[in-house]
Design a protein around this ligand. Structure first.
Ligand code: 1X8
Length: 314
């Protein structure tokens, strides 16, 4: 039937337009045209309830208000990171790594100040979002995470795919939210991380949808099962799958290259449209990561350089 075909056509088109707008930041149509397609799809889906699909672009917002969040056990622990606070501690980290991996190469990324999140896709469809929780048991916040427009509801990858990253509140969203709360005489959020955590914990997803959250993805779980051999390749694969990956990263061969990048980012971090609280330094080669392994709570193949605390109010 023509209309049913048109429904699938519009779903695919609207996902592509969302990707261009929210991930590439390079829309190919006007907002008005996007809205016209969305209205056409809403009307057709109402005429054809037999075509209902929870992953349709029309289903991102407005599911039922929840009583609470289901607990979910992570397939793999969501580890936290060890920290280093200065050059000397960074040298010590590098020496410990080089003791086992003499010709190591690192990837250095920004440490986004948000909340860790796990996304599960099955046969190319988004199925679940789970918070870190205690690292082993998290909470199912799927209905809220679906409202983040840069997160694809479909990916071009069969089987089970888990990606992890950080959900955060951009500085502009934070300023807007707090000025609205001030106008309503409500308590203000202390910082974007708290505001993001509070938004993801909303039982009514229409509230979360208005908070202007976003996310960066930086970890392809079971990457090696998908033929990926390095962290940099994993990030490129996440981008190919239309996940939003932070381009501000650098491959470094030694501590001095890492430190140069840390100083470069530290100098411009206040210009960034989101908060960061440090940098993440990871061994790039995935086999080397496996050889280095993890301690009880943190990997030996990664660390976080933390910027000195500052009293600047955001
Ligand atoms: N706890 C963790 O393992 C991480 C936490 C974070 C974070 N907050 N931001 C960026 C990264 C990254 N690019 O790897 C990581 S990794």
């Amino acid at each position: 039937m023509e209309e049913v075909k048109r429904i699938e056509e519009l779903r695919t088109l609207l996902e592509k337009l969302s990707y261009e707008y929210y991930v590439l930041d390079h829309p190919s149509v006007s907002d008005q045209e996007y809205d016209r397609y969305m209205q056409e799809l809403i009307a057709l889906e109402q005429k054809h309830p037999e075509c209902y699909d929870a992953n349709s672009p029309t289903q991102r917002v407005g599911g039922a208000v929840l009583e609470g969040f289901e607990k979910v056990e992570h397939r793999r622990m969501m580890l936290s990171l060890g920290n280093v606070f200065n050059y000397e501690e960074l040298v010590a980290f590098d020496e410990r790594v080089r003791a086992l991996e003499p010709d190591v190469r690192y990837v250095v990324e920004l440490k986004i100040d948000g909340l860790a999140m796990s996304l599960i896709y099955r046969d190319g469809r988004f199925v679940q979002a789970v918070t870190r929780g205690d690292g082993t048991i998290g909470e199912d916040v799927t209905s809220n995470i679906k409202t983040i427009p840069s997160i694809p509801m479909r990916i071009d990858e069969p089987g089970e795919v888990e990606v992890r990253g950080e959900v955060y509140m951009p500085k502009a969203s934070f300023r807007r939210l707090n000025s609205e709360r001030e106008a309503n005489g409500e308590e203000l959020f202390a910082n974007p991380r708290n505001a993001a955590a509070g938004s993801v914990r909303q039982l009514d997803s229409t509230v979360c949808a208005k908070r202007g959250l976003d996310a960066f993805w930086y970890y392809f779980v079971n990457a090696q099962e998908h033929g990926i051999h390095s962290h940099e390749e994993a990030l490129e694969e996440l981008s190919r799958l239309h996940l939003r990956v932070n381009p501000l990263r650098r491959c470094c061969n030694n501590v001095d290259e890492i430190w140069a990048f840390i100083e470069e980012i530290s100098a411009r971090r206040h210009e960034l449209p989101y908060e960061i609280d440090g940098m993440v330094i990871k061994v790039d080669d995935l086999n080397a990561q496996t050889r280095l392994g993890t301690t009880v709570k943190v990997p030996r193949w990664a660390t976080a350089y933390k910027f000195p605390a500052e009293e600047v109010t955001t």
